[in-house]
Write a protein that binds this ligand. Structure first.
Ligand code: HT7
Ligand code: ZN
Length: 876
């Protein structure tokens, strides 16, 4: 496959007016008739042929205006159908017939079967596996769909849009017809057929229209879909209140399936979900599961406007819909839950997933300019960094300016296939602000490093802030321009109040945001009557690495006084990180590890502060993880030393805070009915972090074993089982808990995934053997992406010591798995392979082993385009 370049974008020569699809479903031989009405675009080359995309297709029939085409007028290959000598401006109808095998479709792209249910996944280029089609996002048309299938096996026949009607045929077959009036690209097409249970409700929109809401799940699982339904209704209301966006069909459907490559898909009116992000009840779902369901239901629903009504002109613009929709779902969750705690969780995720991507061989801009395999660009850069870029636009323009820009975007581009430039221009036009330099955030990869230092001049009552920015080189981008970086700040005085300088020089400052636009810039604040402590990049206003040398006292001051809870958490993190980095250096050299008294006292003080919400205190207690420490160390990393150093620091904190943790454990006990709301979840989080420290302090499995036995919900049970397995892998209590868990939940694959993941993430070299053994467990189904991710993915992504064994066995295991998964499901294989993205920052012995494993994959002659693309970029 060749590289696709943005610079080569051209509109199609033919305009698609209408699509009419008829499916005759059969598990192994489904017939697809596609009637497509086209006309030649005005101004297009009058001799240009019509070229339709295909993927592993065989042409079975081809008509032009209902007449068979002579063989010399077309060429059909599995990848394309080219038709020549077509009319000029007048519309013509092409009818294409293909037969496909849903049962054999292990890639889970196009039409496939999952647990006896027919289902489709067309983004990004799956539609071309169903029929020959101009399968690109800038080809929009209304669709009419007819589905014919065996009625007993498939009482349910669903597609996009509104239901037109249905009826019975002979031989137990029936049909249903759907019409979607909103022109859409093929990637938003969906079909589902099968026998499923349903949860139903209605939503009355702001203009008074009643919309039928239906969530389809496997029969018997209906009670576990009620939380998703509640989240859906809240999402619909929120999008009206916050963005003025109303739903536009008579029905909105969600279908949960058990085999799915990603989290969910926003097909128009018919979202298809990985069942992991729909099904929940207290016995089987953790608080994190509930939060994920709420966020993903919202995300897919919000796509109805940001993605579906306004779609992408080409796949380079993917962040236009994904970054914006992530921003919208983040805001929704912040409104539903605690805003600062949500922000902390977002930033933790950004730093642990996106920052390493941006610092490694897979780094790419939010708006890339070329790709070899688009499936590999559904990345945390396009999604999460893309969302941060929009958050910065909101920061730069303020709430009013941002709203004006969004309103203009919805108005101006409704029905369009738009670009990132179109989006940015709406904000410029709505507010008059020049966003030219700011747009570099879309085009330059790499996390900017900002170095800052402050100086107070008591005699002059001035505070001077010197800033310097540097954007690191990334693949294909050796040099970078200075960016426009909005930095939210506060100058905090001794008594905790914020200084209000009388004047500022050196650059633009709007409210509490200063605009760093030069490579080096010095801001001077006048009228500052006493030495302030600088709190910079509050709420993480810009996704940067910030080097600001601050004393432990100053960080402690922020941790105690900043009105921005995010900044308090950041200060505690900044206090912890140098300690944790030193601890891993010391552990590596066999020296004794020390925990800083300033860190211990600040942490314990915060953890015990009842004025702060429990969820925040839990976030503070969850110190930076091993991958955070590795990222900060940057190079020559030894995961064993990082683990040993961090563990020693945690033990020291546990010892010093034992009484507090015991106290927290008893005061957060809740015996009443389980509620998944954010406040209750926060109490459980605090309780479980106290429990975690206590297992360090007590050095015995009994406290975690008791917590396991006492647990009356999945959050507490899973945490107790994790503590047992990770701290005491060989204890009898641990095997008893693991066995009891398996026995209790052995009819629930999503819960067994947790059981796999807990064991796959047990620190240490021995875990690889355990993972291999678990792969033989009958619950481990190789073809199911959730199973593979929970066992293989958890091991390679989330077990730094187990995966990065010094002998390289972890890497060889990964290579073996990739070569096995790739022929069946290339997307899944490529994604799991990205767990090696930071291999160059390992110490030389491990890096050598990692390179050899990558080379062994690279040597295979039969790699998919997906895996070939990732492995080659990683080795470059
Ligand atoms: N827009 C959806 C992306 C997606 C996807 C992409 C490639 C292969 C399979 C896929 N399933 C879903 C999901 C979203 O971001 O909302
Ligand atoms: Zn999305």
């Amino acid at each position: 496959n060749k590289v696709v370049e943005l610079a080569n974008y051209h509109p199609t020569d033919f305009v698609l007016e209408r699509v009419d699809l008829t499916f005759e479903l059969d598990p192994t031989n489904s017939k697809v008739d596609a009637r497509l009405i086209f006309h030649r675009r005005e101004g297009a080359d009058a001799t240009a042929p019509l070229v339709l995309d295909g993927d592993e297709l065989t042409l079975s029939g081809l008509l032009l205006d209902q007449n068979e085409l002579p063989a010399e007028q077309y060429d059909a290959t599995p990848q394309s159908l080219t038709i020549r000598d077509l009319p000029g401006a007048s519309p013509f109808e092409i009818t294409v017939t293909t037969f496909i095998n849903p049962e054999a479709n292990s890639q889970l792209m196009g039409l496939y079967r999952t647990n006896g249910v027919y289902c489709t996944q067309c983004e990004a280029e799956g539609f071309r596996r169903i029929t020959y089609f101009p399968d690109r996002p800038d080809v929009l048309a209304p669709y009419t769909i007819t589905i014919i299938a065996d009625k007993a096996a498939n009482p349910l026949l669903l597609s996009n849009g509104n239901y037109l009607g249905g009826g019975n045929y002979d031989e137990g077959r029936h049909f249903a017809a759907w019409f979607d009036p909103h022109p859409k690209p093929s990637y938003l097409f969906a079909l589902v057929a099968g026998d499923l249970g349903v949860v139903e409700d209605t939503f009355t929109t702001m203009s008074g229209r009643e919309v039928a809401l239906k969530i389809y799940v496997e029969r018997g699982k209906e009670p576990r879909a009620t939380y998703a339904m509640d989240a859906l209704k809240r999402s619909m209301k929120w999008d009206e209140d916050r963005f003025g966006r109303e739903y536009d069909l008579d029905i909105f459907m969600v279908v949960a399936v058990s085999d799915f490559n990603m989290g969910a898909m926003e097909n128009k009116g018919l979202n298809v979900f990985n069942d992991k992000y729909v099904l929940a009840d207290p016995e089987t779902a953790t608080d994190q599961d509930y939060a994920n369901i709420e966020a993903i239901i919202a995300h897919e629903y919000f796509h109805n406007w940001t993605g579906n009504r306004i779609t992408c002109r080409d796949w380079f613009q993917l962040s236009l819909k994904e970054g914006l929709t992530v921003f919208r779902d983040h805001e929704f969750s912040a409104d539903m839950r605690s805003r600062p705690v949500k922000r902390i969780a977002e930033v933790r995720h950004l730093k642990s997933e996106q920052f390493p991507e941006d610092a490694g061989p897979l780094a790419h801009p939010v708006r890339p300019t070329k790709y070899r395999e688009i499936n590999n660009f559904y990345t945390t850069t396009v999604y999460e960094k893309g969302s941060e870029v929009i958050r910065m636009i909101a920061t730069l323009l303020g709430p009013e300016g941002f709203k004006k820009g969004m309103d203009l975007y919805f108005d101006r581009h409704d029905g369009d296939a738009a670009t990132v430039e179109d989006f940015v221009k709406c904000f410029e036009d709505a507010t008059g602000r020049d966003l030219n330099q700011f747009s570099l955030w879309y085009h330059q990869a790499g996390t900017p490093l900002v170095t800052a230092s402050g100086a107070y001049d008591a005699a002059a009552s001035t505070f001077t802030l010197s800033l310097e920015q540097r954007v690191p080189a990334t693949p294909g981008q050796p040099t970078k321009e200075p960016m426009h970086i909005p930095l939210s700040f506060a100058l905090i005085l001794d008594n905790g109040s914020v200084a209000t300088p009388t004047a500022v020089s050196g650059g633009e400052v709007t409210g509490d945001v200063l605009h760093l636009t030069e490579q080096k810039q010095t801001f001077t604040f006048s009228g500052v009557s006493s030495r302030p402590v600088l709190s910079l990049n509050r709420s993480f206003s810009a996704p940067i690495n910030l080097h600001l040398d601050q004393s432990a006292d100053d960080l402690g001051h922020i941790a105690r006084h900043d009105s921005d809870l995010f900044a308090r958490w950041q200060a505690l993190t900044d206090l912890a990180l140098p300690n944790l980095m030193q601890a891993s250096r010391d552990a590596r050299e066999g020296k004794e590890v020390e925990a800083s008294p300033a860190l211990i006292s600040a942490l314990l003080e915060t953890a015990g502060n009842h004025a702060l919400e429990p969820a925040f205190r839990a976030q503070v207690l969850a110190l930076p993880g091993e991958s955070d420490i590795a990222r900060e160390l940057g190079s020559n990393n030894d995961p064993d030393a990082i683990h040993a150093g961090r563990t020693a620091v945690l033990k020291a904190i546990a010892g010093a805070g034992r009484d507090l943790f015991q106290h927290l454990l008893s005061e957060t006990r809740t015996d009443g009915e389980f509620s998944p709301d954010a406040e209750s979840a926060g109490r459980r989080a605090l309780r479980n972090s106290a429990l975690s420290y206590l297992t360090y302090a007590e050095q015995s499995p009994s406290i975690a074993a008791k917590a396991f036995d006492d647990a009356n919900n999945m959050t507490d049970m899973l945490q107790a089982m994790t503590l047992l397995a990770h701290r005491f892998p060989d204890a009898e209590e641990t095997s008893a808990a693991l066995q009891a868990f398996l026995k209790r939940f052995d009819n629930n694959p999503l819960v067994i995934d947790k059981w796999f993941a807990v064991q796959a993430t047990i620190p240490g070299a021995a875990t690889l053997g355990r993972v291999r053994a678990l792969m033989e467990n009958p619950h481990f189904v190789r073809g199911n992406p959730n199973r593979v991710r929970s066992l293989v993915g958890s091991f390679t992504f989330s077990n730094p010591t187990g995966f990065n064994r010094a002998d390289g066995e972890g890497y060889r295991f990964l290579a073996e798995q990739i070569l096995e998964i790739d022929p069946k499901n290339p997307q899944l294989a490529a994604r799991i392979l990205t767990s090696m993205r930071s291999w160059r920052s390992l110490e030389p012995q491990r890096a050598d082993q990692a390179r050899s494993a990558l080379l062994s994959i690279d040597r295979s002659s039969s790699l998919s385009n997906d895996v070939r693309d990732i492995v080659e970029r990683m080795l470059k």
